[in-house]
Design a protein around this ligand. Structure first.
Ligand code: FEO
Length: 386
């Protein structure tokens, strides 16, 4: 696949992965992207996952058309991209690795060598001329690991963005970009909004015509749309006005309250209402939605004088990712000693700029007139500014 006259795609699609990065279900698989830039000198951008060594080397050989690569640019050392560094260096013993100093430390840890005699260590703003193309390197620490660099080719005006602007899903499946890019971003880099903001600032000084990420499609059109979403996500701003109701229920009474609140919110004019069952829905999707919408209602049973484990896990995912700038309402259920609301509030205590609603709903076993009235009040409060 040709990206520009001089840049070709040589990555692979993975439809066999059960859990990407050990935790994310990817129903449409995953792509591990790799690129070749051919000029007077030839550079390869990143390798692929360990399961695709032969396929990737074959793609590379075809794209090279008999030439030998001069450089392997290693932008990120996570094994989904770095696993084939050693195989590459064996097949092309004259090639050099171009990467950051911390990446070479990681190479020593992963492969037992830091390629001391075959390496070029780059830092912020260093350049490498390939002939007509000059590459400029920018550090992008914690997007997604500390050693990450991104690379700009000023001739074709292409940004090789490492994990940035990546997406779940293999490239041979058509699907909406934003949904799976958001789930990927919030899941994988959500904690590091400030670092992503720093990278966006560096990128704003470049004339970019295409973005080549390490996962998902190459982005060539309407780049303001993608960069705008990254700006929203990394600044923890509200992307879509609406309410996510995330519930943890055992016998259905708390679920019933969550569904009734959803009806009341819709009737009160809430622009978007999403209901999630934390025990059964994809956790990463629930987490993504919490960051997408402006308001969140947590509904949990009381369990072991606290909250149901799925709710505890969900809240941990939020706090680990610096959940902030949101309105939160609480629904608790408890047959003898309801404590869920207090527990959930306590778990969110360290989050910045969280406004808890004045109304909290307390259900004693099953909805009754009193708790239904509390739901009414909560719905009115959540919708007052819509
Ligand atoms: Fe796609 Fe952080 O590796």
């Amino acid at each position: 696949m040709e990206i520009t006259n001089d840049i070709q795609y040589v990555g692979v699609n993975d439809h066999a992965v059960d859990l990407f990065e050990g935790q994310y279900t990817v129903k449409n698989g995953m792509s591990y992207n790799s690129y070749v830039l051919t000029d007077e000198k030839t550079a390869v951008f990143d390798t692929v996952d360990a399961h695709f060594t032969q396929e990737w080397l074959a793609n590379l050989k075809t794209a090279l058309g008999g030439r030998r690569p001069d450089y392997l640019i290693v932008q990120h050392m996570e094994p989904d991209h770095s696993a084939n560094i050693a195989s590459f260096m064996e097949v092309y013993p004259e090639a050099q690795i171009v990467s950051s100093a911390p990446a070479f430390t990681m190479m020593k840890q992963f492969f037992g060598t830091d390629y001391a005699s075959r390496r070029i260590v780059v830092k912020e703003n260093d350049t490498l001329s390939l002939g007509a193309h000059t590459l400029t390197f920018f550090t992008a620490p914690m997007v997604h690991w500390p050693e990450v660099i991104v690379t700009y080719d000023s001739r074709d005006r292409v940004l090789f963005s490492a994990d940035g602007f990546g997406k779940f899903g293999a490239l041979d499946v058509e699907e909406d970009w934003a949904c799976e890019a958001r789930r990927y971003y919030i899941g994988i880099v959500g904690k590091y909004g400030m670092q992503v903001q720093n990278l966006l600032k560096k990128a704003s000084g470049l004339d970019i015509q295409a973005i080549c990420p390490l996962h998902g499609p190459v982005l060539k059109e309407n780049l303001d749309y993608y960069i705008g979403l990254y700006n929203t996500w990394s600044s923890y701003a509200v992307e879509t006005e609406g309410v996510l109701i995330a519930y943890a229920s055992v016998y259905g009474n708390t679920k019933k309250a969550a569904l009734l609140l959803a009806d009341k919110l819709r009737a009160a004019g809430c622009p978007k209402v999403v209901v999630a069952d934390l025990a059964r829905d994809d956790m990463a999707e629930c987490v993504e939605d919490a960051f997408r919408y402006g308001k969140l209602v947590l509904a949990s049973i009381t369990y072991d004088a606290g909250i149901f484990p799925f709710m505890r896990t969900f809240i941990s995912h939020l706090t680990e990712r610096n959940y902030q700038n949101r309105t939160v309402g609480l629904i608790e259920n408890g047959t003898w000693a309801p404590l869920a609301a207090k527990t959930m509030r306590g778990l969110l205590e360290g989050c910045k700029n969280i406004a808890f609603t004045d109304n909290t709903v307390c259900i004693r076993s099953a909805l009754n007139e009193e708790s239904a009235a509390q739901l009414d009040a909560l719905a009115r409060e959540l919708c007052k500014d819509y």
